[in-house]
Design a binder for this molecule. Sequence first.
Ligand SMILES: C[S@@+](CC[C@H](N)C(=O)[O-])C[C@H]1O[C@@H](n2cnc3c(N)ncnc32)[C@H](O)[C@@H]1O
Length: 267
Amino acid sequence: MSRSSRTGRWFKYAVAAPVLGAVVRFTPFLDGNGAPPDFMNFAGAGEFRAVGRHQRAMLQQRAGLTGADRVLDIGSGIGRLAVALAEIYPDMTYRGFDPVELGVAWSRKALQGYSGFEVLRVRVANSFYAPTGGIRAEEFEFPYPPGSKDLAVALSVFTHLGAAAARQYFSQAIQCLAPGGRLYLTTFLLRDGPAHTAAAFEFYALGEGTYVASADEPDLAVAFEQSFWAGLAQEHGVQLDQVFPGTWADGSVGDDFQDALLFVKPG
Ligand SMILES: C[S@@+](CC[C@H](N)C(=O)[O-])C[C@H]1O[C@@H](n2cnc3c(N)ncnc32)[C@H](O)[C@@H]1O
């Protein structure tokens, strides 16, 4: 990654995102009812509502999501999933958190009137999304009681965490789950080592079953071997229930770009 694009990234997340967050909070015409303007979307490509509805459908099909689930959305971004959930499950209990002020400000505005939905801004560091720092992700403790969630979700978040942070987030997510709870996360999975044909990213080995696309900015895109996840599941006494291959590695046609994993905590 070049110095200028790193400076641009720093400006975007350290300066523009907090300023835009304040603009969203204090500007009445940005009322949260529609999609945020494109320049405010830092969470990924695609139309805000369409992506959220797709994420919701994937969770229904793959993780058995229902309106009765107490959902934890790790790295909730600009609220794409939250808004899609509120649309059909207005009484749901939902908790989301994210380090980017702008995303939290937009989500809160969009979720006004849905009393079961809460989004927290957390001061956790990430070299890509939170360059001004905060608590190290590998030391961050989720601000929710143990056993209080039925479904923990992390959509395109472990793709921005190094090995130590990923271990901590996995452990925290499992701790938050009630018996029988599920953790659904998306990741770049290296099934047979790093050699993938037609892969959207070229990853370099860092050790511990972890690979990064940029040595300069490690949190830009992180991939893990499947054994990394299988090891974590074993360590925490949870079952790696299903692997849903994405299309990123071979350019195939499928439901999602990233791979997805479903873990189940014993009942
Ligand atoms: C690609 S976006 C996906 C956002 C959201 N899950 C979605 O699909 O719309 C990645 C998100 O992870 C958040 N993030 C990065 N590091 C994080 C951390 N250590 N803890 C929680 N969220 C984090 C970013 O701020 C960003 O909102």
